[in-house]
Design a binder for this molecule. Structure first.
Ligand SMILES: Nc1ncnc2c1ncn2[C@@H]1O[C@H](COP(=O)(O)OP(=O)(O)OP(=O)(O)O)[C@@H](O)[C@H]1O
Length: 322
């Protein structure tokens, strides 16, 4: 339904070089899928979305939407977008805006229905210039639904919304997805990917670091957190690390020993059968932790002249956790 192959887009970096905004991305989105494009600021999410919408032509690679060029799919109203910014006229009311844009479409959805689906009704008669950022996003959502699109593209759709507005927005969007819409959304809110998308494509510096079921993306980072009640001697700890070399970040917290490992089963077997450890708990890495680990791994494997960028990525990941 959406296919990109080796898509590359660069921009001048202002210092005579080029920024690789999208750096060889292969993406396949199937009908009915809800996919999160997850990444820190500058990862290339907006650029990739612009390519999928035909707003930016890739310098290299190919992109197809619904079996045709993006511009055709957009023109036919088969793909529609809710972008970070989008010109709204401040002096029109919300309902006037929806009616006006509906008049531009060949076969628009019912205006009242769209207003209800997008949650615009409570402020339908308010001037757009007086609407909050979250209300304007809901209005943009209503406009995006007007052409009855098969694919909805959302770029950071809940930016500027408070937590309850964000939840309400995603409830409405989930209803669209349940009704069969294909949704591709960019976010740097990890919890949004985790709660809403079954599939997550993790982007960093224009490249896909991970692509799969959101749960798999998390587990690709591998590590799990184990805790046991145990006060090991240095020799016992060394024996554990010899038996399970993947054990790392060992920390004694009172009577509890906390550790992180890529091999939680092996660690659990060793702890429970070879030591006095008891009351074992295992928690998988959160998506935040997976994200941090995957972007850190990527940085570590990059060429040495990218050390500064790697540091920036680590900062970004930290920012995401705040
Ligand atoms: N018009 C442009 N001119 C120059 N550089 C650009 C331009 N647009 C994007 N970039 C650069 O390309 C990279 C990718 O930017 P992009 O906006 O696609 O990332 P993003 O993941 O959407 O980030 P954000 O979450 O901040 O919107 C960044 O380094 C950005 O500075």
């Amino acid at each position: 339904m959406i296919t990109t192959r080796d898509v590359r887009v660069t921009y001048p970096d202002g210092a005579g070089g080029r920024v690789h905004a999208v750096d060889g991305v292969d993406l396949d989105v199937s009908r009915g899928e809800v996919t999160a494009l997850l990444g820190p600021n500058g990862a290339g999410k907006t650029t990739l979305i612009d390519v999928v919408l035909g707003l930016t032509a890739p310098e290299q690679g190919s992109v197809e939407v619904l079996g045709t060029a993006p511009a055709h799919a957009v023109r036919d109203g088969r793909i529609s977008a809710l972008l970070q910014t989008g010109g709204l006229l401040p002096d029109l009311t919300a309902v006037e805006t929806v009616r006006m844009i509906a008049a531009l479409h060949r076969n628009p959805a019912d205006v009242d229905e769209v207003i209800d689906i997008a949650g615009v009704r409570p402020f339908a008669s308010r001037k757009v210039g007086k609407c909050s950022g979250g209300q304007q996003q809901r209005l943009r959502f209503a406009l995006a639904l007007l052409p009855r699109p098969e694919v909805l593209i959302l770029d950071e759709p809940t930016a500027g919304m408070d937590v309850s507005a964000r939840h309400e927005f995603w409830d409405r969007m989930r209803a669209q997805a349940d009704a069969g819409a294909t949704v591709l959304f960019a976010t740097h809110y990890l919890e949004e990917a985790e709660q809403f998308a079954r599939r997550t494509v993790l982007l960093d510096r224009g490249r896909v670091l991970a692509d799969g079921a959101t749960d798999e993306v998390r587990s690709r980072a591998g590590a799990a957190h184990l805790q046991v009640t145990w006060l090991p001697s240095p020799a016992e700890l060394a024996a554990l690390q010899e038996a399970v070399p993947d054990v790392r970040e060992v920390e004694q917290r009172g009577s509890r020993l906390a550790l992180r490992t890529d091999a939680p089963d092996a660690a659990a077997v060793h702890l429970l059968t070879r030591t006095a450890a008891h009351d074992l708990t295992i928690r998988p890495a959160s998506l935040e932790e997976a994200f941090q680990m995957l972007t850190a791994d990527d940085g570590a494997s990059a060429a040495t002249d990218r050390t500064d960028e790697t540091a920036e990525t680590a900062d970004d990941a930290e920012e995401l956790l705040r």
